[in-house]
Design a protein around this ligand. Structure first.
Ligand code: BES
Ligand code: MN
Ligand code: ZN
Length: 503
């Protein structure tokens, strides 16, 4: 990961990154460029004419490098339309795009407008998120790949304040655990199984101090899950040679009292072949990302522990591989979920709701919860409804949803509220069991949400986050978002805990 430094003094690096925005004159409608170099003064007149000659636009995701005057290289990163108060997320993305464009470089100074500490923090996050590269499985091709930008100095008048140091620390935690989330998502099922997922977190918990850090981890094996009646997790996992698990990470603040008590539950399908409802070959490889929810909730819980936030988190990851074999769950099979509900499995590809149902019931055995949040790459319908960059929030509690929505916006993650229309519920009725695992096709994201709602006690504030689209980027990199795993939901989950800490 890129190492971050703060400075308000002279620039020591050979690369200087500044912002570039565009504006339209009210008088003659002509477009012009504006250099946003924060607390560093540049000879903008000459630079602006060079940039104009080069056809610079200042649009977001445009990164232009020119020979510098006082530094060897001057890098302009697009901020889009010129604004008196630039949005933190615009700067987060611009910093990310520049950091990505600087892979292979050893150090760079970023000088962007940082009027508030939160802005400095956003820029720091952008640099760390944007410089991420997944090279774990390259051997022969590694040498021809540029490594991540080694270090970045954030230039700001705020550099000396204690608030700035804290901001950099928090950003580094976000950067580190976003990278962990992305690494897990990008790791293929040949190398990431329910068991190895658990081992990874067991070793992380140990490394950061275990009980001394307030963390406890427990893992249920397939035998234990069967014995205790976790019919959803075992039904989904039974077709695979890699048996299922239920991972539980609990965090309790060590010295402070917990101000809020949340359960985070993440879908952990290490590979979703569709089971006997086999998915088409084209695009099936993206289903290595079907554990994105589990990765996000577990990594967020570790991040919250590292930040020592005064909240209690119980994190559950129901882990299974959805495969085909003579032992795989068949369409028409009836299973008994943890807690006793029976489900007719009409479609083994609607497996996420089965593993989540079990885990949600388990999580609610803790009677002191203030809220429960599940995170899942649950439906293709989510992607159809909101596209690849916006995730959905569904809820039984408008206040909780509004609160989360506001927080996620500040964290720079795009969520949008979606309804749970009661009239769709009847489509999940089964002629033979308590419920079927699929219902009406239209509004499939909402139907999946309604299925999960059946496992939530009515008086417990609940959020269901369907991140099917934004969890995994199959297109080009943009802003601070790389190709592959994105880390979607991690920042909002940490921010939710932070907001509880200050309430
Ligand atoms: N993991 C998929 C959903 C998904 C699709 C995630 C695309 C990311 C990108 C999920 O398990 C699934 O297969 N859902 C089915 C449900 C259907 C059978 C009711 C779907 O969306 O087609
Ligand atoms: Mn599926
Ligand atoms: Zn799935």
């Amino acid at each position: 990961m890129t190492t971050l430094y703060l400075s308000d003094g002279i620039i020591k690096d050979e690369i200087l990154v500044v912002g570039l925005s565009h504006k339209k004159s009210m008088r003659d409608g002509k477009a012009s460029l504006v250099i946003e170099s924060g607390d560093i003064a540049l000879d903008t007149k000459k630079l602006l004419s060079i940039l104009a000659d080069m056809g610079a636009t200042g649009n977001s995701d445009e990164v232009i490098k020119i020979p510098g005057i006082t530094t060897r290289l001057l890098v302009f990163t697009g901020l889009g339309e010129n604004k008196a108060a630039i949005d933190d997320e615009v700067l987060r993305r611009a910093a990310g795009a520049a950091a990505r464009a600087l892979s292979g470089s050893s150090s760079a100074t970023f000088s962007l407008p940082t009027k508030k500490i939160s802005t400095l923090e956003a820029i720091a996050e952008g640099v760390l998120l944007g410089s991420y590269i997944f090279n774990k499985f390259r051997v022969d091709s590694l040498a021809e790949r540029n490594p991540s930008l080694k270090s970045a100095t954030l230039h700001s008048k705020q550099a000396g304040s204690p608030g700035a140091k804290e901001a950099i620390k928090r950003a580094s935690v976000i950067g580190k655990y976003s990278a962990l989330t992305r690494d897990l998502i990008n790791t293929p099922p040949s190398h990431l199984t329910p068991d190895s997922f658990c081992k990874e977190f067991t070793s992380i918990v140990k490394k950061i101090g275990g009980t001394a850090a307030g963390l406890k981890i427990s893992i249920m094996t397939e035998t234990q899950l069967k014995a205790k009646g976790y019919g959803g997790i075992t039904a989904v996992g039974q077709g695979s040679a890699n048996p299922p698990r239920l991972l539980h990470i609990s965090y309790r603040p060590v010295k402070a009292a917990a101000k809020k008590n949340y359960a985070y539950v993440g879908k952990g399908i290490t590979f979703d072949s569709g089971g006997l409802a086999l998915k088409p070959a084209a695009g099936m490889e993206a289903m290595k990302s079907d554990m994105s929810g589990a990765a996000a909730v577990c990594a967020a819980t570790i991040a919250i522990a590292v930040m020592k936030l005064p909240v209690a988190i119980d994190c559950y990851a129901p882990l299974a591989e959805n495969m085909i074999s003579d032992n795989a769950t068949r369409p028409s099979d009836i299973i008994t979920m943890y807690g006793g509900k029976t489900i007719e499995v009409l479609n083994p590809d609607a497996e996420g709701r089965l593993v989540l149902g079990d885990a949600l019931v388990k999580a609610q055995e803790n009677k002191g919860l203030d809220g429960i949040v599940d995170v899942a790459t649950l439906t293709g319908a989510q992607v159809v409804a909101l596209g690849t960059r916006t995730a959905a929030i569904m809820t039984n509690n408008q206040d909780f949803s509004d609160h989360f929505f506001a927080i996620s916006k500040v964290a720079g993650e795009a969520f949008w509220p979606m309804p749970l229309p009661v009239e769709l519920r009847a489509s999940l009725d089964s002629p033979v069991a308590d419920m079927a695992n699929i219902g009406e096709r239209m509004g499939g994201m909402l139907v999946a949400g309604l299925f999960l709602k059946e496992f939530i006690s009515a008086d417990l504030p609940w959020l269901h986050l369907d991140i099917a689209g934004p969890a995994y980027n199959e297109g080009d990199a943009y802003g601070y978002t790389p190709v592959g795993g994105t880390g979607m939901a991690l920042r909002s989950l940490v921010a939710l805990a932070q907001s509880a800490a200050i309430s």
